[in-house]
Ligand binder design. Structure first.
Ligand code: FES
Ligand code: FES
Length: 151
């Protein structure tokens, strides 16, 4: 069955089972591999994307549920790295292995779109479900705070 998706403001038509997880469609069908497969169970948030501006875990979401909604993935950030979140991540050398960072940046975008100057507590609450096995949490908080302070 054909499903139309809007991803990073580009239209795609996919001929896949509408029950397929969005994560599979992104990675395997569309080759948008910046969104990562961690647990596949909704626990790690490595697969986080925005759907109509709200955070969602692409491993839990079905393709059919995403029709006519606007999806934002890590590839939606500018290729030249000019977005404030990208710049802060670079300036503070946030990633270690990098595996969780797509999800961390998506969660950060969702937070800052609603609250441009979050407190440390608000950051910790907003990203509480984004697991980083490398322990980059302090750098993530610093990066987000630096954006709020205008770098
Ligand atoms: S892969 Fe989706 S939450 Fe872990
Ligand atoms: S940077 Fe390695 S899992 Fe977060």
């Amino acid at each position: 069955m054909q499903t139309s998706l809007s991803i990073n403001q580009q239209s795609y038509t996919l001929d896949v089972d509408p029950e397929m997880p969005l994560l599979w469609a992104l990675r395997d069908n569309l080759r948008l591999t910046g969104t990562k497969y961690g647990c596949g169970l909704g626990i790690c948030s490595a697969c986080m994307v925005l759907v109509d501006g709200e955070i969602e875990r692409a491993c839990l979401l079905k393709v059919g549920e995403c029709a006519n909604k606007e999806i934002f993935t890590i590839e939606g950030f500018p290729k030249d790295g000019s977005h404030p979140i990208q710049k802060a991540w670079q300036d503070l050398n946030v990633p270690q292995c990098g595996y969780c960072q797509s999800g961390q940046m998506i969660a950060t975008k969702a937070l800052l779109d609603k609250n441009p100057q979050p407190s440390v507590e608000e950051i910790q609450m907003a990203l509480a479900e984004n697991v980083c096995r490398c322990g980059t949490y302090p750098r993530i908080v610093k990066a987000i705070r630096s954006i709020g302070e205008g770098n």
